[in-house]
Design a binder for this molecule. Sequence first.
Ligand code: NAG
Length: 259
Amino acid sequence: MAINLGIFSAIFCLLLGSAFGDWNILKQNWRLGSKGLVDITLKNYCESWRLNVEIHNIRDFAVVPDECVAYIGKYMTSTQYKVDSERTVQEALVYLSTSCNLKKDGKDAWIFDVDDTLLSTVPYYKKNGFGGNKLNSTSLEEWMYLSKAPVLDHSLKLFNELKGLGVQIILVSSRDECLRSATVDNLVNEGIFGWTSLYLRGPDDASKDVQSYKADVRKQLISKGYRLWGILGDQWSSIEGSPSAKRTFKLPNPLYYTA
Ligand SMILES: *[C@@H]1O[C@H](CO)[C@@H](O)[C@H](O)[C@H]1NC(C)=O
């Protein structure tokens, strides 16, 4: 009996070992149990990766996993991305009309990110591996200097709604101060104008991570008497940290992670 058990467990370990040895995300096709049939495809895996980025379980990724680059590229250029973003804006508009008791004294304020909130960097990432390559900030900045980033219409809709209500719009970007005129040109050319201030990272902010830089800007704004009703951003570092705004709205962006 003891010998039989020994042989059994040796075979079991061998099978287990070979199962893990062969494990490859591209080959995944698992059948679990006799009733529940679970076929995990690459699409399932990548969609779950994307969802877990959005709900902030996956953090600090330097690149999109190789096997999901095609999936993420497809998502970022899909109708689904537009629908997801429009939904975010729709929820912000509902909040604005039901839960914001605007004082209209020039101190009601709303914060926007720039990249992948008002302007899209998708054309850059499309040419540079769709998040699969490690970020080259020199080449990204070269692209930003061209002022050719297209507007994200869904966000512009919220921007214009707020503008119409007399809410002060504050743009807080992690772009460097040297990109100021290129950024302003780009925004205005794309029909985005009428903001109150545009914060870019100056020499004093160079040592801070993006989350602290953005939280410090909010602290300054609050000390100037602004009521921060909301933030629209595509990165968790734009909406986390203290002080925050009364509500925050996260747009989808599985292309890159800014800490
Ligand atoms: C980053 O981009 C710059 C400008 O396009 C280029 O000169 C440089 O070789 C790139 N660096 C890497 C590591 O690819």
